[in-house]
Write a protein of this length. Sequence first.
Lengths: 146, 483
Amino acid sequence: MTRSFRFLEQVALADSAFEASGDSPTELFLAAGQAVIETMANPTTVSARWERVIERTNPELAALLFDWLSDMVFLKDAEGVVFRDATAVVTEDRPNGGWKLRGTLTGEPIDPGRHELRNDVKAVTKHLYEVRQEDGRWIARVVLDI
Amino acid sequence: MKLQTQMPVNRVTDEIWEIPPSAKDGMLVPARIYATEQILTSMDSGVFEQVTNVACLPGIRRYALCMPDGHWGYGFPIGGVAAMDLESGVISPGGIGFDINCGMRLIRTNLVREDVQPKLDQLMTELFRRVPAGVGSRGFVRLNRQEFEEVMRKGARWCIERGYGWHEDLERIEERGCLPGADPSKISDHAVTRGINQLGTLGSGNHYLEVQVASNDRIFDRETAAALGITGHDQIVVMVHCGSRGFGHQVASDYLQVFEKAMRRYGITVKDQQLACAPFRSPEGQDYFAAMNCAANSAFANRQVITHQIREAFSTVLGTSAEELGMEIVYDVAHNIAKVERYKEGELVVHRKGATRAFGPGQPELPERFRKIGQPVICGGSMETGSYLLVGTHQAMEETFGSTMHGSGRTMSRAQAKRSVRGEQLQKDMQKRGIIVKAVSMSGLAEEAGFAYKNISDVVEAVDRAGITKKVAELRPIGNIKG
């Protein structure tokens, strides 16, 4: 299983865009989650003292990914945390159709003295937003408002 | 002239350029860009694409406008202005931005540079301590939900009632720091939870708090400057750039989802998903307007609490009360907002996204003190260059729905800026040039380097020559706080 992400420079001059990909929806969610984590702070400076489980369903995989990333932006402000890591399992929600996510975020309350803080993400946007399957890989393009 | 568009762009004057409705299917009005030829040629292709998309929105009147600091944004370009008919037009969160009522505030003092210079480092440290900045920062004001709802309804007035400001502050804030029609019942629990702890915080990105100097040689209109409390002689002033923080961002996110569904219901199609909109008079449109006003009022309150903290910091470090230091607000302007205003077409909902209201002299909406000179306009430059104080004009009322530019506008990506300079190095270089910088994030600091922005003087010159605002003074930084 492989996953990766890369920041896209010329897509949003004043903001932050990335392309994430993975062999499966789960790997895609992990890669995109990692991109958001690294946009906010350097995760190697953050410990895992705080944990939150996120469970969501959505008929559309793209909307489920949007929700997952938006949850991270919300929790950053609501709980005052930055993130160390994310785990996720994305499966087809067979009885209802659509998709199901069970994810876990770890991190700790923001401490500017210890954490290498980066950008305060305002929102996940729909600008150029897409999730597609190409040559067996799941790929997402996401623009974050900074 | 080589432009980053294939569309026809016709010269109207040396500072006004027009794209005719024939340039794109669905354009209801022409698009007009305010810029010098030099600025126009440097504008990214997104500006031309987006301002013409805006020209397609239902109920748009006269022109879709873009100011000279314009660049690509979500849906609307940054620097975009559009006025929609109240009955047949729409309201679009993309025309306001995620950071609802992001704005600028300028505070004057009786101090001059030599009073502050020996204690500047101590002053910046005290400001940095008192005004939290950076990712997820939290303020000192603790609110329960009922109190937060009062903030949404009352805006800056709530702060004055709590002792975070002076009564006379209110008349120096756009709309006296409180937009009518705010209805907290239109706000999600998510938005409340996200924003309730953030009153009095700066945020990050291009937000800042800056200690600046007004020197004699950079005052362009001495009489107007004096009327605004700007006396020159290396006078110290303080500028704040921030908005409604996580609360406003969540309101925008929530209603973009609502509007996506509403568009299907009302049969509206738009050229870009981020232009999601609803008829202004529809239940969805009115709900968003009421929620947006809540967020706008929280932003006025945010800048008011920060003002209180600035006064406290100056008073602590200089050992004199803020009153004795003459720390009056010069003005506070919103530059991400939609407001109902009256023009020759009647009442319109004017969207300003990275654009500032610039009402001219005589406007009845202005308090008495600004009635003769016009409304003060505050435009923030990059942290290395300078910022400007201007005033609105009659011409702005005639041409641009009383609107003008808001800042310098980015020209370089954040990643490229970070590759060009390290935050630590930039901090040292700026210190050598007499600017003390306190930053939460060194990478964030590098992203905001001066070379990543247009030259603000060029942008200001464009609006001054176009006549939609007149420059009063340039203000140069000596201390900066970044998130």
